[in-house]
Every structure is written in structure tokens, then in C-alpha cells.
Design a protein. Structure first.
Length: 412
């Protein structure tokens, strides 16, 4: 049974787009809660929350999808208890068709497996009952601030390779594609491997304008110039590739690209960087600018040793703890005797994510110039990168990417 509410002010009109459809900063919410132990208090919390209008409330999973279809809501708050699988199935379908709609999960459980399943289903926030109810208020207020134009700045994710050939470009390209699909918005992808970058090749794009055209000493950057210079892929990823010729890389450094990246983050919700290069002495200028720095390593002794040296150097430069996260690519493929536990012990840090060894699918996608989403949508490697995209979107939804919610804990 559904019920209309008008607490919190505002009127329900137009689309429910979070970014541009909220009426006067009011968040229109659909509440789903089949748990009688929490439904009353959760509903009361939302009704009494400033800037919130509870437009629909249901306790039947079968009624959630119709409620989403007929409403102009901005947000669905769904309690996963007691039947998480049924709720996530509905949300997974709704999230694909309503990319303008945000989904927050509520649960008394806090196990990592449930959090990851929720992320894969389309939830971007996870609040544990009853200890994190303040987090729900914070997350909704963050939505209102973004709708009002505050903090309207994109997130920068740099993907570094610990050694050549570890799969840094594969992770960066496919991460950008997944972020574009999941957010329903265009995502920027920048190739910072000036000499041998393959970002454009992995998406089968011809290089018209390159990063050299945008980072010259006399270049005047603005949004119009950038819009004409990016190479657009059908996935919604806008690429700035490496220079066409070796001669064009002269004098080009990561530091010279900082104004470009700064402008990109004002134009796109996510900016994914393939790089900077390990050999670039100005790389720290880009890493300082990034919200997340992801170091890709393979379970090989050579890659692990290089990764350890890089982590040590970055720690000396002030990137302790959450400054850098490690991703293990081609994990579990028998490449060496280094399993995840031994690799973590060797590096002295936890591994954020393992991308399974799926070389058949990945190599075919590379050779055809297609992302995994197109060439191998059911591959294990794609599943892992989608999980990474979910975690990044969930952390970004917390406001500063370093909050105390359960999603950001996957980064800590």
C-alpha cells in the first residue's frame, strides 16, 4: 500500500533528476521498508527531515517498481532487511532504466559481501541501522547541496602502473566506461603516457586532437576549446589521447597537464587518468590533485618490488594510508607463487580489489578496440571493474570521498 506525503515542502513536478530536477533543493524520496521493527521510525525520520518530501512509502517489493515508474522521485531509500535479494533485484532493474535516480540502502547488517552486492545492484550509499542514521541525513543533505550547485566538482581518479604491462590502461579505460554507464553521464579519460599511451587504441579511436594540443605553453584553455578537442566514444567516455608523434611530447609533463585536469573536473563528474608515468618527475602534482590514486600491480615478483618502491616513495612524499590504493590485476591466474596474502605482506598494505585473470576476454577486447562492457559483458574482469566503479560512486556520494560510511570503508 502506498501513501503520499508532503512533509519537507516543495512540489512534485517535472523529472526526478538528482542533478537538475530537485524543486528548490527538496529531495523527493520513495521509502521501501518491509521490516516492521524499523519502518515506523525510519518513516518518521524522513518525514521530519528538513528539505525532504516523502512522496511514496511501501512495504511490498512487488510495489516498489511501479512506485518508481510513476513517481518523480530523486531518491529511493530501501531497507534490505529481511529479504535483501528481492530488494536488490528490483533496484538492479530500476537503476538501469532510471539513471537519474539515486538509491540508498539501509540494513542492520554490515558485512562486506552484502555491501558489495548492494553496490553491484545500483545502490550508491549504505547506512547501517541503527548506529548510522545520522549518515542518512548527511547523505541526503549532500544531494541537496549538489543540486543547489555547491561542490559541483568532478572526482579525479589516477590509475598508475607499478611496472610496464601490468594492465594499468585496461583498468583505466574500462573503469571510465563503467562510470559513464552507471552514472548516465559523460566521463573524461586522459592518457598521461605521452610516449606510448594506448587509451585511444583500446577504444578504437582515431587521434584528431591530443593532449599536446591542450597543454602547450601558449594554449588558452576554456570549455569551448575542450569540447571541440575531446574525442567522443559511443560509451559516453570523452578521450584526450596521447600525442600523435614523438616530437610533440617534448616539454610535456604531468605538471603541465594540471590546468587541463582542473578544467575537466569542472566539466565532468569523473575524470579518469591513465597515469601519470612512473618516470615523470612532476607526477606528484597530478597525484595531489586526484581524489583517488590507484596503483595497479600483478602477482609477479618484479611488479611487486616496483610497487613497493613506488609506495615507499609516495609515503615519503606524504601519501600515507588512504593516499594510494592497490589493485591486483590478473589475480589467481597462476602467474607466480604470489597469492593475495603474500602480495599484501610484501607490499605492507591491503589490496583494495583483485581483478581476476581473464586474459582470453581481455586480450580479445584489446585487439578489437572494444571495452569489456561491449566485447565481454559477462567476463570476471569486467565484474571486478564494475565493482570498483560502484565503490568510487558510493564514496563520491558521501561528499568528499573520505567519509565514514560503509562504502568508503572499502577504501580504507
Amino acid at each position: 500500500m502506498t501513501t503520499e506525503h508532503t512533509k519537507g515542502g516543495g512540489t512534485a513536478s517535472g523529472s526526478g533528476a538528482v542533478g537538475d530536477g530537485m524543486d528548490g533543493g527538496v529531495v523527493r524520496v520513495i521509502l521501501f521498508d518491509a521490516d516492521s521493527a524499523s519502518s515506523g521510525s525510519l518513516r518518521e525520520t524522513l518525514e521530519n527531515m528538513g528539505g525532504v518530501r516523502l512522496v511514496d512509502c511501501t512495504a511490498e517489493a512487488s510495489e516498489l517498481s511501479p512506485a518508481i515508474e510513476k513517481s518523480s522521485a530523486d531518491l529511493v531509500v530501501a531497507n534490505l532487511d529481511p529479504d535483501a535479494e528481492a530488494v536488490m533485484a528490483v533496484v538492479a532493474t530500476a537503476a538501469r532504466s532510471r539513471q537519474d535516480l539515486a538509491f540508498f540502502a539501509i540494513s542492520s547488517r554490515d558485512d562486506v559481501a552484502l555491501i558489495k552486492s548492494a553496490m553491484r545492484s545500483g545502490f550508491t550509499e549504505f547506512v547501517q541501522l541503527p548506529v548510522e542514521m545520522d549518515r542518512l541525513t548527511e547523505a541526503i543533505n549532500a544531494m541537496r547541496r549538489r543540486a543547489e550547485g555547491e561542490g559541483a566538482i568532478g572526482r579525479v581518479i589516477s590509475v598508475l602502473g607499478s611496472a610496464g604491462g601490468v594492465g594499468c590502461t585496461t583498468v583505466a579505460v574500462n573503469l571510465a566506461v563503467e562510470l559513464a554507464e552507471k552514472s548516465g553521464r559523460e566521463v573524461a579519460l586522459v592518457d598521461l603516457n605521452f610516449l606510448f599511451g594506448h587509451v585511444a587504441m583500446l577504444l578504437d579511436l582515431d587521434i584528431q586532437h591530443s593532449i599536446a594540443d591542450l597543454c602547450g605553453e601558449t594554449t588558452v584553455l576554456d570549455e569551448k576549446v575542450l569540447q571541440k578537442a575531446v574525442t567522443k566514444h559511443k560509451s559516453g567516455v570523452h578521450v584526450i589521447p596521447r600525442p600523435r608523434k614523438f616530437e610533440e611530447t617534448e616539454g610535456l609533463t604531468a605538471e603541465r597537464c594540471v590546468p587541463l585536469i582542473t578544467l575537466l573536473r569542472k566539466m565532468y563528474p569523473y575524470v579518469v587518468l591513465d597515469g601519470p608515468s612512473r618516470s615523470d618527475p612532476t607526477a606528484l602534482s597530478v597525484l595531489d590533485l586526484s581524489d583517488w590514486n590507484l596503483l595497479v600491480v600483478q602477482p609477479l615478483v618484479t611488479a611487486a618490488r616496483d610497487a613497493k618502491r613506488i609506495l615507499s616513495s609516495l609515503e615519503t612524499a606524504g601519501f600515507q594510508g588512504e593516499g594510494v590504493r592497490v589493485i591486483c590485476n590478473r589475480a589467481g591466474g597462476g602467474l607466480s607463487h604470489l597469492n593475495t596474502q603474500r602480495l599484501e605482506k610484501s607490499l605492507g598494505t591491503k589490496i583494495l580489489l583483485c581483478v581476476p585473470d581473464d586474459w582470453t576476454s581481455v586480450s580479445a577486447a584489446i585487439n578489437l578496440g572494444e571495452p569489456l562492457a561491449t566485447n565481454a559483458p559477462k567476463s570476471k574482469a569486467r565484474d571486478a571493474i564494475r565493482e570498483l566503479a560502484d565503490a568510487i560512486r558510493g564514496a563520491a556520494a558521501e561528499g568528499d570521498g573520505k567519509g565514514s560510511g560503509l562504502f568508503s570503508r572499502l577504501f580504507k
